[in-house]
Design a protein around this ligand. Sequence first.
Ligand code: ADP
Length: 389
Amino acid sequence: MTEQPKKQPAAQGNPTRQIDPQKPAGIDPSSTTLDETTRRLAERTRALEEALGRMEAILASIGDGVVLEDLEHNFIPLNDAAKIMLQDMADHFLGGDLEELVTENPDEEASTSDPWLIERRRFEMGGKVIGAHSAAVRSKDDERLGTVVVLRDVTAEAEADRLKDAFVAHVSHELRTPLTAIKGYSELMLIGATGALEDEQRHFVKRIHHHTKSLVNMINTLLDFSEMEARGELALNRHPIQLSTLVEEITEPWYLQMDDMQLAFSVEIADGLPQVSVDEKRLQWVIENLVRNAWQNTSEGGSVSVRLYEQSGNVVLDVTDTGIGISAHAQQQLFTRFYRVERTANIRGIGLGLYVSKAVLDAHGGKIRVSSERGVGSTFSLILPALQK
Ligand code: ADP
């Protein structure tokens, strides 16, 4: 018995249908019946509903509050935890701007394309510390859709940080006293208070003095850092001063040290500069730090120069070196905490000098700037508002 070919449904006006294997299976009204289209649409809707259900279940099961900030800066809670947190925030920050709370600087945040959730801000709310982590949301075509903000209870981390800062502050205090004594006694020996020193003895005491000075310097940095972390700012003891006198005092001992490294050192101070209102000790520390950085990062035969002048109602101090320079990428991170340029790993330091310097300048209403080129050198500038003459 021969099998009869099955009857095909008559396709009006389109008797032969070519099937293109390259074409993705989709809804093609010209090639499917209405029933087929409806069935596929129903299937898709079910799949979408399932995906949505899964997503909702995932969002509901995490303890963090997930919020979408749309392009009109509306905050849309995406899970119950977010609803509760936003309600709490509304209760605790009456009149406060939610946008500022989650994105410290909304303009800056909007411009970043970083796909990672970055902690932008921490704030206290009803006895808890909440960390706001955010990341830009973009479509496949890189169109900005908004910002996803994850509000996370970071009370335990904040407490651990507080304990760590308290520990660092305590240890630093304890270390500073004996180190200051060693530094003081070595200074006395160097000026001959215990009798004349032989060349070798002088050399050894000089080394002790030099290293103790760096240790005291590091410890002072750590203490300032702890204060900033604990209080969010530095307490200043400001007085009007003539910066030129301070700069002369700071740079004077550096002539010898620069000479030891065969570096040319020059200090240029403009006449008749206006006064500035500063915390002298803190500013002295910042300037010392900039000069030391220039000295550390410039090799033999190079030069370091310090220039103090007035510009547009500010007193400006430039510390310029012809050293190794800093790449554009590293320059962006220089003022963040614990940042150290990798290739300077052999130079001792804790990566806090510029971070604390920036905090000191910020607290004075001033600025710190860098301009640098790899292999050419760097200029760090301190800009301080001048007092009226
Ligand atoms: P540290 O206390 O470890 O020196 P800083 O915050 O002062 O930390 O400096 C951060 C990084 O920038 C360090 O790795 C340092 O070597 C580098 N840096 C600072 N000043 C200069 C400079 N003038 N030239 C080249 N690199 C520099």
